[in-house]
Design a protein around this ligand. Structure first.
Ligand SMILES: [Zn+2]
Length: 666
């Protein structure tokens, strides 16, 4: 029974009164998962020896037995359930009734002809099933994933159809939100547990396509056009590759590659006591196997990630009650920060910085005593595809501590200046995030200094200083960090550096993910450039990137995005296109007595019927009204363009009245 808990429900614009909850599990309560771990712990211990395994997640439990014949495995399973301290005994003692009639049995074998006898448990006969869904993944008898693939694709298609219900060509949820819903709801649902049932589509080391999951990738890609139509409001005849670029949605194979890469990066950063860590380490150490490769084998083999070089992220890196061993100060503005700096009375000041230059990352800390420069430490981290600037700024703090620990002339209290507020805030509350292990090291060094010099937490101040504010120490630290970034031989001698920095730092998972994303974007851009649609779209928007159109339509209504996309692709209800898709008998413009073909160009520049509207357009945006690329790609032309389209009434049958979008300055 629960007490002291209440909730209220909210539907659309109606909210119910608070009501008490007396029974059930606290929803969203992180404690419930910990309690389940304790509750299930005896059940997981049922498995003994190398032929038995147990899996338990909340209320889903699996008993696994390994043997040469199914008679043997069934005997093991029966024993696991019936033995003393076995499954049934746990169920009796833990008020969790096992009903054998609800058990599912699956016999894994590659030999379909192998006899699979039934298992009899407490009078109930359980016949083996060819497939079973466990933790939302469908396993089949041969451990192939065809059923799950079909299930995932149908789930993706169902969700995409639901998305389509939310939005129409001329009204509904705006493009930006539809895009967000697709990325955060539909794709994660469809690619749930993708690392188990999908293989990479490219070998990153040799940059070659792989055969493994390319068929699945294409089938997944087939669900994407519906989402593209929902997001952009384009006509159904529009080409997918062009819509993908407009909607900024990665094509199927690249999307799979991105999902799998991020998964491998995540499991590479697991701490040593995580159950997956020894498996990954074993695969990396002994290389791939010839037969019975697991999903992890394919990932490690093809994704050019060495988990042993990655940083480790500890889920519980520090005691929750540990206090911050230094004080911090972050001024409200740049000007206040400069005033604070000039009011600082401490003799010892250390300026720190981390910087990225020419694709390399470096960090530096400069010690000043009585405004005289005494010493500087520099550290070269490596490439910016492997290390982040955040990490370099954290290294700057560690270098500052090294100066305080190693120089005899320093006095306390001392102030360390950093020009990044995120690093200072994370230093106070470091969590299980990339790069935060360096901040824990910084805190430990501060504690070490306290012990050595018998200081208290007021003796070290970590203050924010505005960058580029003409403060000599800060400018020097900035120059030194850039110098350290440029060349590895400009770093300080190893003996002067703290122990942690005498060897290469582990690679940052944030930087690796970003580098992979950039690589995929580049690959996508190359594929797009080979498309027959590219030359025309390129004339409209020569600087087009995979994200530029979404930026252009950022806050616009659905109707506006749809008109933009239709004008840009040429797949628009004008007679030229309608004739092509056999929806019109003629491709001529009916507004000028059929002398001209009705194209987007004819509508915007030629049709004599719209001369008056065009004159108003030219008055608004001047000679830019003669440029297709300006009209269809420039934000300042938005209002004038939609006013023109609305006044011509040429798209009235599809879009009705077209409201004028608010100017981006409003
Ligand atoms: Zn005309």
């Amino acid at each position: 029974m629960l007490s002291g808990r209440r909730t209220k429900l909210h539907f659309d614009d109606y909210t119910l009164e608070w009501f008490n909850i007396t029974n059930g599990i606290g929803q969203g309560d992180p404690l419930s998962m910990i309690l389940y771990i304790i509750y299930n712990s005896d059940l997981v211990r049922v498995a003994k020896g190398k032929h038995e395994l147990m899996l338990a997640f909340v209320d889903d439990t699996a008993f696994l037995a390994i043997g040469k014949t199914f008679q043997e495995t069934h005997e093991i399973l029966w024993d696991m359930l019936e033995r003393s301290r076995g499954g049934f005994e746990w169920s009796d003692q833990h008020n969790s009734c096992f009903a054998p009639s609800k058990f599912t049995l699956i016999d894994f074998t590659l030999n379909r002809l192998k006899e699979c006898p039934p298992l009899v448990v407490r009078g109930d006969t359980i016949n083996p099933n060819p497939t079973h869904k466990f933790l939302r993944v469908i396993l089949n008898q041969e451990l192939r994933w065809c059923e799950h693939t079909a299930y995932a694709i149908s789930k993706g298609a169902r969700y995409t159809m639901l998305l389509r219900c939310l939005t129409r060509t001329s009204q509904g949820v705006p493009t930006k939100l539809t895009h967000q819903l697709y990325q955060t709801v539909v794709i994660p649902c469809m690619l749930y547990a993708a690392s188990v049932w999908l293989r990479p589509t490219y070998n990153l080391e040799f940059n070659t396509p792989l055969r493994g999951s390319i068929g699945t990738a294409k089938r997944i890609a087939q669900t994407q056009p519906t989402a593209l139509l929902a997001i952009t409001g384009a006509m159904r005849s529009s080409p997918s590759d062009s819509l993908e670029i407009h909607a900024s949605l990665l094509p199927g194979p690249l999307l799979i590659q991105c999902t799998l890469y991020n998964f491998l990066i995540r499991i590479s950063s697991l701490p040593i006591h995580h159950p997956l860590n020894p498996i990954v380490t074993h695969i990396v150490k002994w290389g791939s196997v010839k037969r019975h490769k697991s999903a992890l084998h394919y990932l490690v083999q093809n994704l050019a990630v060495n988990p042993r070089t990655m940083e480790t992220i500890h889920p519980r890196p520090d005691h929750p009650n540990s206090h911050t061993p230094f004080t911090t100060s972050i001024a409200g503005s740049k000007e206040e920060a400069v005033v604070d700096f000039h009011q600082c009375n401490n003799c010892t000041m250390i300026f720190t910085d981390g910087s990225s230059t020419n694709g390399k990352v470096g960090a530096a800390a400069s010690l000043y005593i009585d405004f005289n420069h005494i010493a500087t430490l520099r550290y070269h981290l490596g490439n910016d595809t492997e290390h982040t600037v955040f990490k370099a700024k954290a290294v700057g703090l560690i270098l500052a501590m090294q100066l305080l620990l190693s120089r005899n002339e320093v006095t306390f209290p001392a102030t360390i200046f950093a020009d990044n507020q995120a690093v200072i805030r994370s230093g106070v509350h470091p969590t299980a995030k990339p790069g935060h292990y360096l901040l824990f090291r910084f805190r430990n060094l501060v504690r070490h200094l306290h012990e050595r010099k018998d200081l208290d937490h007021m003796s070290i101040n970590l203050n924010w200083i505005a960058g580029h504010a003409d403060i000599e120490g800060n400018e020097l630290a900035d120059r030194e960090a850039k110098l350290a970034a440029l060349r590895s031989n400009m770093a300080s001698p190893r003996r002067e550096l703290p122990k942690l920095l005498r060897k290469r730092l582990p690679l940052s998972i944030s930087a690796m993910k970003q580098a992979n994303e950039d690589h995929l974007q580049k690959r996508w851009q190359e594929e797009w450039m080979a498309s027959p649609r590219h030359p025309y779209i390129n004339t409209l928007d020569p600087n087009q990137t995979t994200r530029s159109f979404m930026k252009l339509v950022g806050r616009l209504k659905k109707k506006h995005t749809a008109i933009y996309v239709q004008l840009r692709t040429g797949h628009i209800p004008l007679n030229k296109h309608l004739h092509q898709i056999k929806k019109s008998t003629s491709q001529s413009c009916l507004q000028c007595e059929g002398h001209h073909v009705e194209t987007v160009h004819h509508l915007l520049f030629d049709c004599p019927r719209y001369a008056r509207e065009r004159h108003i357009l030219r008055q608004k945006i001047g000679h830019n009204a003669l440029s297709t690329s300006h009209l269809l790609s420039a934000k300042p032309a938005q209002q004038a363009l939609f006013r023109f389209i609305d006044s011509t009434k040429c798209l009235h049958s599809t879009f009705g009245d077209i409201p004028i979008p608010q100017s981006s300055k409003d």
